[in-house]
Design a protein. Structure first.
Length: 417
């Protein structure tokens, strides 16, 4: 037991230039103040105070949430550090520094789980992110999202009909769209589906009916509604037999190396689209209707399932580039199968981990750094391998990497743009 005390940074600092500059200055002053104090240790990515519960200050300010420790009993020697660091922090960050003491307040502003997550993130430096705008560089967030300017326009795309074009640079992880389907229905033969869709259409507004009927149809004929459904429906979750049709999301064309990711949110019954990487203004926004297999397999699947011949950048590569890509995808499939072998994971965990490592490297090469969902899966596999062998520390690291990738593709659950 004992009394906790310390301070929280509220709101937390951004990755923008101003906050970074203030934090760097603050850290420089702290280092200078304690340069002769043997209890204050400079680690590669943070400063550790070897007193009380060893509070820390990371070199990356946006990771910092709390500086605190128990201050009673054997921990009493830490109180002077907390007090001094807090005063210096107040000079730089003013009222963002919220002092708390367990005697007066129950505890700080942040939940301990979040605080412990932030501590773990100190260990490794973040990869620098490509910046979408000057404003993002300064403020650390992409302000375009907050002012409601449409991120895309609908335009004609050569060889593909209509599509979505980015009007501005869109930062990785940005939620581009969040849409409710006109309706959802299980896929079935056209003659059974046709009257079911007709009934669903009668239940929606005239405007929505018009939008549905304006969608592309690769299967014109006696079952027009089913044709539109088959051309446009996206499954409501991976492997779901139920599909949804959307006013705008259904205008997004396919790419075998997509720059965005679509995700069905079961809690809100919405489909979301997030940027996988920085999308430059003028670039087409794409998702993958399916990403699996070598070039021929993917193209055959797209023709059979959606009725079109894919002309995305991956399928339009030269024959020699396609050979390299196909060999890589084949190797990735083999690695994925081997990693999924539970017996091997138990008996030869080092081999399984080596496979995860190679898979992550190949994913980065093949998808040009935008395979976030597949990378999240590989991190999850690595997590499984190490947790099976009781390596909690490494498991936590892989879990965090998986969470980061998932946050970039699924967002945090809210359906507002
Ligand atoms: C869901 S719709 C996308 C919006 C469509 N372009 C439109 O004009 O309404 C799917 C259709 O778009 C076209 N399309 C999508 N991705 C394509 C690609 N990579 N290559 C060629 N055509 C594509 C095909 O005609 C496909 O059947």
């Amino acid at each position: 037991m004992g009394i906790d005390a310390g301070f929280d940074m509220v709101p937390r600092l951004s990755t923008g230039a101003t906050d970074r500059h203030n934090w760097d200055t603050f850290i420089r002053i702290i280092k200078d103040m304690y340069k002769d104090d043997t209890q204050v240790e400079i680690k590669p990515n943070y400063i550790e105070f070897n007193a009380g519960e060893h509070p820390m200050l990371p070199f990356e300010g946006h990771k910092f949430l709390r500086f605190s420790s128990k201050i009673s009993g054997s921990c009493a020697n830490v109180e002077i550090y907390i007090d001094t660091v807090r005063r210096v922090a107040e000079v730089h960050f003013g009222s963002r520094v919220k002092y708390w003491n367990e005697i007066a307040d129950p505890c700080g502003v942040y939940d301990w789980k979040l605080v412990h997550e932030s501590f773990r993130s100190y260990e490794q430096r973040d990869e620098p992110e490509p910046i979408a705008s000057i404003a993002q560089l300064i403020t650390g967030t992409d302000p375009i999202q907050n002012i409601g300017i449409p991120l895309f326009e609908i335009a004609k795309i050569p060889g593909k009909g209509r599509g979505l074009i980015a009007r501005l640079n869109i930062a990785k992880g940005t939620r581009i769209l969040c849409e409710k389907p006109f309706f959802t229905v299980a896929s079935m033969s056209p003659n059974v589906l046709e009257p079911i869709i007709a009934k669903r259409l009668r239940a929606i507004s005239k405007d929505a009916q018009r939008q549905f009927l304006s969608l592309h149809n690769n299967y014109p004929g006696k079952h027009p509604f089913s044709g539109i459904f088959k051309t446009n429906a996206l499954p409501c979750g991976p492997d779901s037999p139920v599909g949804g049709v959307y006013p705008t999301i259904c205008l997004i064309n396919h790419s075998c190396i997509p720059n965005s990711h679509n995700n069905w949110n079961d809690d809100t019954d919405h489909e979301t689209i997030h940027a996988n990487r920085l999308i430059k203004a003028g670039e087409e926004i794409t998702i993958a209707y399916n990403q699996e297999g070598d070039t021929a397999t993917r193209r055959a699947w797209l023709t059979n399932t959606f009725g079109f011949d894919c002309n995305c950048p991956a399928c339009s590569r030269s024959a020699s580039e396609i050979r390299v890509s196909d060999a890589r995808r084949l190797r990735m499939k083999k690695l994925d199968d081997d990693i999924g072998n539970g017996d091997r994971m138990v008996r030869r965990p080092k081999d399984s981990l080596k496979d995860c490592h190679e898979l992550l490297k190949l994913l980065k090469e093949e998808y040009d750094g935008c395979a976030v969902v597949l990378e999240a899966r590989a991190y999850y596999d690595a997590f499984q391998v190490v947790i099976t062998h009781g390596d909690q520390a490494r498991a936590t690291g892989f879990e965090e990497l998986e969470d980061e990738e998932n946050d970039d593709t699924k967002g945090t659950g809210c359906c507002e743009l």
